[in-house]
Design a protein around this ligand. Structure first.
Ligand code: NAI
Length: 462
């Protein structure tokens, strides 16, 4: 049989398998789902396209989906985030995967296309950032002769259009057929969720979507505690710079910003924060950070990190004003937070993979991490397994929900019910020796909850 995968080096599979075995011991939520559902196989018949960073942790997610009965094909959602040994282990285990660390943008969209190539077509999408969903919806629009909705990053838009044209030529009507048999999508991240709400608002979402990001056990853990560990990890692996004493600026103080600021502070940096939202600005100030504007600190700070999910946050005029050897990176989902395209005509010196030194007209140089793509996955290996277990347990529950009860949902964006959120948290307590206090019935009655939970009303913000 012809090989149905694209990985950097299949001989890395044994190394990947060893790290997978270790990761399993740190992913109690996923392992508990295997135990609970492994025999019943609730995902039997599901053909899942996955578009999410192909890391060791994702490999444990993939093997959990397969254990629960699903057929899976996988691509990464970012050109730099693949861990080649993880991809090799998955390919060797028999699941088709198309992902190489450092793949080009053209390969990125071609690999995504390949991940849809089930013999009978896919029926579920597991997305991170929305590229897989967007690919099908844009393609179906193109087949209907409708305009393609603008995509962030003009360079990428041309690549997407070219890939769509290629598929339309090879298989006329394919996008529309696939769109019509997709039962739903579960979305991992803030930026992808924004895209879904936007599509829904415009009446363009043709299937139900589960917003995994806004499970409390996802965004208040992965985005926050995950970045707290992986941001500084990325900066250190990229630069080996001394962090203590340096002035670092974190742009945005949402969940990722909170984790990122804590990460840098933990490493001894003097951290400043910028925000547009007065609530988050006040939070940052009361957490003890100076809140200021980028313009105020651009000439004096040493490290600049964007965490906003917004575009054009660090612009060319900012980079020109930075001091010599300032470090610039982004931990938000897309690379448009920093105006990297505007640096094209500058002198670039590649230091090593995903680390570039760029010379400004003044002669000052900046160190740019992962070409402005999320640096914790580009320069390091993303979040640790334990926190990803919480995120991915939500993902698996969302896929089961869509596969077994998808017909009960209208086209729209939903979050998982609170009792499942609490279940995900509960599954992670033993591993770190947490002892939970039990509510007495009269106490439960007094605060108006059931002794088994849910313990909070929907509007509670944690
Ligand atoms: P969020 O919405 O909680 O936080 C973003 C914050 O940025 C908001 O408080 C907003 O007011 C602020 N902001 C927006 N424009 C700004 C500007 N021009 N200047 C300063 N602040 C600005 O979103 P969250 O969950 O923190 O996610 C941020 C990004 O990180 C998203 O793109 C998300 O997809 C991505 N993400 C990345 C992860 C990683 O491992 N690298 C993990 C989880 C999320």
């Amino acid at each position: 049989m012809a090989k149905d995968y694209i990985v950097k080096d299949i001989s890395l599979a044994a190394y990947g398998r060893k790290e997978l075995d270790i990761a399993e011991t740190e992913m109690p939520g996923l392992m508990a789902l295997r135990k609970e559902y492994g025999e019943a196989k609730p995902l039997k018949g599901a053909r899942i396209v996955g578009s999410l960073h192909m890391t060791i942790q994702t490999a444990v997610l993939i093997e959990t989906l397969v254990d629960l009965g699903a057929d899976v094909r996988w691509a990464s959602c970012n050109v730099f985030s693949t861990q080649d040994h993880a991809a090799a282990a998955i390919a060797e285990g028999g699941t088709p995967v198309f992902a190489i660390k450092g793949q080009s943008l053209e390969e990125h969209w071609d690999y995504l296309d390949k991940s849809f190539m089930f013999e009978d077509g896919p029926n579920l999408i597991l997305d991170d950032g929305g590229d897989a969903t967007l690919y099908i919806l844009l393609g179906a629009r193109a087949e209907a002769g409708e305009d393609i909705i603008p995509v962030p990053g003009s360079e990428e838009e041309e690549v997407i259009k070219a890939q769509i044209a290629k598929r339309m030529k090879a298989s006329p009507g394919w996008f529309t057929r696939v769109r019509d048999q997709i039962k739903g999508v579960s979305e991992e991240t803030t930026t992808g969720v924004h895209r879904l709400y936007d599509l829904h608002k415009k009446g363009l979402l043709p299937f139900p979507a589960i917003n995994v990001n806004d499970s409390v056990t996802k965004s208040k853990f992965d985005n926050k505690y995950g970045c707290k560990e992986s941001l500084v990890d990325g900066i250190r692996r990229a630069t080996d710079t001394m962090m203590a004493g340096k002035v670092a600026v974190v742009m945005g103080y949402g969940d990722v910003g909170k984790g990122s600021a804590a990460s840098l502070r933990g490493a001894g940096a003097r951290v400043k924060v910028t925000e547009v939202d007065p609530i988050c600005a006040l939070q940052a100030a009361m957490d003890g950070f100076e809140v200021t504007t980028l313009e105020d600190v651009v000439e004096s700070a040493d490290i600049f990190i964007t965490t906003t999910g917004n575009k054009d946050v660090i612009r060319i005029e900012h980079m020109r004003a930075m001091k010599d050897m300032a470090i610039v990176g982004n931990i938000g989902h897309f690379d448009n937070e920093i105006q990297v395209a505007s640096l094209k005509n500058h002198k670039w010196t590649n230091i090593k993979d995903q680390v570039d030194m760029i010379e400004m007209p003044s002669g000052n140089r900046i160190i740019l991490l992962s070409e402005g793509r999320l640096l914790n996955l580009g320069n390091a290996t993303g979040h640790p397994s334990f926190v990803m277990s919480a995120s991915f347990t939500n993902q698996v529950l969302a896929q089961i929900e869509l596969w077994t009860k998808g017909d009960q949902y209208g086209n729209g964006v939903y979050v998982l019910p609170k009792h499942l959120d609490e279940k995900v948290a509960r599954l992670h307590l033993d591993r770190i020796g947490v002892k939970l206090t039990e509510l007495k019935p009269d106490q439960a009655e007094y605060i108006g909850v059931s002794p088994e939970g849910p313990f909070k009303p929907e509007h509670y913000r944690y």
